[in-house]
Design a protein around this ligand. Structure first.
Ligand code: WT7
Length: 652
């Protein structure tokens, strides 16, 4: 049993949260489980500015999800930007909505709620003038500038559906997404800037759109002033059209279940899926979880240092905080620029009280020593969050003791692109915490652990993590492919949503996420599919077959390990040259974050007689456990195993 830390007095003091203790949490959780309609109708009507308040709660169930998607609040009507902007103007017009810290320390600016509202209305006007209509898809390919949030909200103001593509993705990945959702407009910027280096966003966008007929307009925000290519008749500068646009003061009214955005995410098989989130339920969940988990207070300065290209940026930089009228910082740079003190410099200068980052950053910073932390005044901090991957207890303790000086609580928040918001987590003022445990489910989340036979485990145990009941923020479908949604999430355990994660539950009901049990990799908090890597690798000259698995990596959480079988006539036979060629292909076809750490050339892959690759064997070898391969007698050619084990690579 690992140590337990009670909530520090500083975290409890002044809290007005309705959940102050484990008893409060239990009462709220039971109420939500037993009467979801009453619970969430009450939450949504008190949190959101509805044009027409909903009278219906939940419709549909996991048992008939193939026929009818889940719906929440289906007779309600709203425009979510009124909840995020308009209704704050009377009480919080001058409150800072977005402080922005640029790449260079201290560079940046800020927007009040009034200014943000104005910018969003104008940007929506510019998009409307470009022909964007309700329901149309707009791709946003930008860095961490306030205009990225403005662009998202401007789409929402028109009822258009945005799909933000992380700025690290390649032209090919961007093109795939433009095509999949049939986007008509792309919003980008001349360049991004990160860690002193430019990111050629417009150039990549131009490459992606070459020959694409569907995109009729590209709106370009000028960040650096670098020279960029220009397509007359298609490209428009933000500064030429947004400031003079007719503001969309009257937001377009949407139904609760109209799509708000699509976000592409990797799975076990095939290309990334366009996960669809809808207006009413998503915003309710974003608002509820952001306020309750972090115990948000009116004067908090809240900083989530994720990128808007991922779900964390959507829910916990933009939608949740703005719906709650919070001050939500946007950060353009990296934790290591100009040095490992950057986050703490940021916290000290902005007097940040709630700070939310990923374990991979914590591990990287802990490795640089405590001096980078202790030289700054971090007394403003109260709640420290982590998200994206399991956090190892050492990194957790460093975060709590060195960054939080023992005065802050740690919320290790487990969730996914598909859950829309935080699902299993401590509640800051209420939950005693344990290093490495995401602890307890939020109200509406009913976790079930399944054993190998697909039976629910009662009491403590370890199994595959499923969720038994719909919650307001869950993804409703996969864009254009509802059958894929059903088969990905609801076919493994019929009647349950399967997360793809393994999980242990201890005697106190605390949850310990053990990582993915499917073929999804989590490298530095970036989610990638092994199948996506493999599809790229088999396209590289000299490579006949490829199998990719993850292995434990001290800093990144997981590293990427590729087993490659050469073509008989391969002209590259040096592993190093092949490694470089493989990574160049991954960078070009997926993005800069898709890098293979280790390459092993093998004479063949371990296949069953029916031709299925036994990935278990490859995983065990990559994990450095060749003595735990289990039964290999069903292999077509068991002799390949010996050569795979003999040639195993490692980082040490
Ligand atoms: C996967 C989802 C949630 C926003 C960022 C990632 C892993 C996420 C935790 C955590 C252990 C975690 C899971 C999950 N994960 N948070 N606190 N502890 N694992 O979203 O890209 O959809 O990835 O990230 O494996 O399934 P995502």
């Amino acid at each position: 049993m690992s140590e337990t830390y009670d909530v520090p007095p500083r975290v409890r003091a002044g809290s007005r949260s309705p959940i102050q203790s484990l008893a409060d949490w239990r009462a709220a959780w039971l109420a939500a489980r037993d009467d979801p309609d009453a619970t969430w109708l009450r939450e949504t009507t008190s949190r959101l500015a509805w044009q027409k308040a909903p009278s219906r709660g939940l419709e549909g169930s996991f048992h008939d999800i193939a026929e009818a998607p889940i719906r929440w609040f289906s007779d309600g009507e709203l425009n979510i930007t009124e909840s995020c902007l308009d209704r704050h103007l009377a009480t919080r017009g001058d409150k800072i909505a977005i402080p922005w810290e640029g790449d260079e320390p201290g560079a940046g600016g800020q927007l009040s709620y009034r200014e943000l509202h104005q910018e969003v209305c104008r940007a929506a006007g510019a998009l409307r003038a470009m022909g964007v209509q309700k329901g149309e898809r707009v791709i946003i390919y930008m860095g961490m500038v306030p205009e990225a949030a403005i662009a998202m909200l401007a789409c929402a103001r028109l009822g258009a559906v945005h799909s933000v593509v992380f700025g690290g993705f390649s032209a090919e990945a961007l093109r795939d997404r433009v095509r999949d959702c049939d986007a008509s407009v792309v919003i980008t910027q001349d360049q991004g800037v990160r860690g002193g280096r430019p990111i050629p966003l417009k150039a990549t966008c131009d490459e992606a759109l070459e020959g694409e007929r569907g995109v009729t307009a590209v709106l370009v925000f000028q960040r650096t002033g670098a020279d960029v290519g220009w397509v007359d008749g298609r490209d428009v500068w933000w500064h030429d059209c947004v400031p003079t646009a007719e503001p969309v003061t009257e937001a377009v009214v949407c139904a609760a279940e109209d799509p708000l955005f699509i976000l592409y995410t990797s799975g076990s098989t095939g290309r990334p899926k366009g996960v669809v989130h809808t207006c009413g339920g998503y915003l309710t969940w974003a608002s509820y979880t952001h306020e309750v988990v972090f115990d948000l207070r009116e004067d908090d300065v809240y900083a989530c240092v994720a990128d808007v290209g991922w779900i964390t940026g959507h829910t916990y930089i933009v939608y949740g905080p703005l719906c709650n009228g919070a001050t939500t910082l946007m950060f353009e740079s990296t934790p290591l620029y100009p040095d490992a003190g950057r986050y703490w410099d940021l916290v000290a200068r902005h007097r940040v009280s709630i700070f939310y980052t990923a374990p991979t950053a914590i591990r990287a910073l802990a490795a640089q020593g405590d001096d980078f932390v202790t030289r700054y005044d971090l007394s403003s901090l109260r709640v420290l969050g982590t998200v994206g991957e399991p956090i190892n207890p050492d990194a957790w303790r460093w975060y709590r003791e060195v960054v939080g000086a023992g005065r802050c609580t740690i919320v290790d928040t487990w969730w996914q692109t598909e859950t829309g918001g935080i699902a299993i987590t401590p509640i800051a003022p209420a939950t005693p915490v344990r290093p490495g445990s995401a602890t307890l489910p939020n109200p509406a989340i009913v976790p079930v652990l399944m054993d190998d036979q697909g039976r629910p485990i009662v009491g403590p145990g370890e199994g595959r993590l499923c969720l038994a009941q719909p919650w307001p923020g869950m993804a409703r479908t996969v864009w254009g492919d509802h059958p894929r949604y059903v088969s990905t999430y609801f076919s493994t355990f019929p009647g349950f949503y399967f997360t793809g994660d393994g999980c242990r539950r201890d005697g106190d009901g605390y949850h310990w996420i053990t990582g993915r049990v499917d073929d999804v990799l989590n490298v530095s908090g970036h989610r990638m599919g092994t199948a996506e890597f493999e599809a790229v690798l088999v396209g590289v000259d000299s490579i006949a077959e490829a199998a990719v698995v993850g292995f434990p990596h001290a800093l990144k959480g997981q590293g990427v390990y590729a087993y490659l079988v050469l073509q008989p006539d391969a002209d590259i036979t040096e592993p190093e040259a092949l490694h470089a060629a493989a990574n160049a292909a991954c960078r070009q076809q997926i993005g800069a974050h898709a890098r293979i750490d280790l390459v092993q050339l093998v004479p063949g892959l371990p296949k069953t007689r029916s031709g299925k690759v036994m990935r278990r064997i490859l995983r065990k070898v990559a994990e450095g456990q060749p003595d735990q391969l289990g039964d290999v007698s069903t292999l077509a050619d068991p002799s390949v195993v010996a050569s795979i084990v003999a040639g195993a690579r490692s980082l040490s």
